[in-house]
Design a protein around this ligand. Structure first.
Ligand SMILES: NC(=O)c1ccc[n+]([C@@H]2O[C@H](COP(=O)([O-])OP(=O)(O)OC[C@H]3O[C@@H](n4cnc5c(N)ncnc54)[C@H](O)[C@@H]3O)[C@@H](O)[C@H]2O)c1
Length: 327
């Protein structure tokens, strides 16, 4: 049987590289990656292809397991790509809260016009499933656990542009029957994340550089950390599950971890002196944040596999061996 093709926008970034690795391991799909390389890393993508003994090409006309196309999700000449595509996983984005506050127009331009363009192509080319990577940001400050029933109330332009994307997913399901699935990721960490400014990547990089790490506030603020390999697994579940068009799933692990606890785990793993400096609390920072994954568990049969300790070990190992040389 011919393998179906998944188009991954932003596939050369952190989540996309983990997803590509996962897909090549299960061996069921071909992949087209559309990425403008604004933060993605082509060398790491080639490493992953090689590690999985897969074929790589940069031409759509060639038969390869992974085809990389350098381009922008707002591009109006994506017909050839969509002609060859069965499913879409839309990851490409402006991903930072701070840049979105500094430049809300640019954030909206990439995050809103980007998804609108890909959804429009998805109608034209009858895409079977469109998975959108949203975040907890559309929800803003809420009493945890976060779940799909909360009323969105974004605090940042990034949260607002992701919420707009969620709205378009629902609208394109309602108006055109595109089977969209919105996945709201919690804090993702893992291998291939050396370029990220998220807390785990930041702490590990500072420790490796023999610098002290900063905790803002008392360190009792909590988060829900999901390993990127587990996230890849649930993205594929969302693609394969029938009858979930127009749905939203809140994703995470269901485990609430304080920043102090995270630092304890990291200290156990890195086995070197870690100097922690407590700084004044940052304005607007969410105090408690963890996710109920009941819906994803029930409908997508998703259960995270890698606990935080194990995931941190894998991440630190990769940061030491490959991460610091990759950027
Ligand atoms: N990492 C997290 O903790 C987290 C949490 C919640 C949601 N998300 C969402 O998951 C998705 C992936 O995030 P990530 O952590 O892998 O980020 P990343 O920056 O590592 O990857 C994003 C990729 O998109 C590409 N890209 C950016 N703008 C583009 C454009 N206009 N056209 C084509 N390609 C473009 C970049 O080059 C990069 O390869 C994003 O949509 C992000 O908002 C991530």
């Amino acid at each position: 049987m011919m393998k179906k093709t998944i188009l991954i926008s932003g596939g050369a970034g952190f989540v996309g590289l983990n997803l590509t690795d996962y897909i090549l391991k299960i061996g069921k799909y071909k992949i087209i990656i559309l990425d403008n390389l604004s933060s993605g890393n082509l060398e790491l993508l080639k490493d992953i292809v090689k590690k999985n003994k897969a074929e790589y090409s940069e031409r759509l006309s060639e038969k390869a397991d992974v085809i990389f196309i350098k381009g922008d999700v707002r591009d109006k000449k994506l017909d050839n790509i969509f002609e060859a595509t069965d499913f879409v996983v839309h990851l490409a984005a402006q991903t930072g809260v701070i840049p979105s506050i500094e430049n809300p127009f640019s954030d909206a331009e990439i995050n809103i016009m980007g998804i609108l363009n890909l959804l429009n192509y998805s109608v034209k080319y009858k895409i079977k499933k469109f998975v959108f990577s949203s975040s907890a940001a559309p929800l803003g400050e809420q009493l945890p656990p976060l779940d799909e029933g909360k009323i969105p109330s974004p605090l940042s332009p990034y949260g607002a542009s992701k919420l707009a994307g969620e709205g378009y997913c629902k609208a394109f399901y309602g108006s055109f029957g595109v089977n969209t699935v919105v996945l709201r990721f919690s804090n993702v960490y893992g291998i291939y994340s050396y370029h990220k400014g998220s807390v785990v990547a930041e702490f590990l990089k500072r420790i490796m550089g023999k610098k002290s790490i900063y905790i803002y506030g008392d360190g009792n603020q909590t988060r829900d950390f999901i390993y990127a390999g587990d996230l890849a697994n649930v993205i594929i579940r969302a693609i394969e599950k029938k009858g979930v068009g127009g749905e939203i799933f809140q994703l995470g692990t269901g485990v609430e971890t304080s920043v102090n606890q995270l630092v304890k785990y990291i200290k156990d793993i890195v086995k070197e002196d870690v100097i922690v400096e407590y700084k004044p609390e940052r304005k607007g920072e969410i105090r408690r944040n963890w996710t109920s994954i009941r819906k994803a568990n029930k409908i997508l049969e998703f259960k995270p596999d890698i606990n935080l300790k194990k995931g941190l070990e894998l991440t630190y190992d990769w940061f030491k061996k490959r991460g610091k040389n990759a950027f």
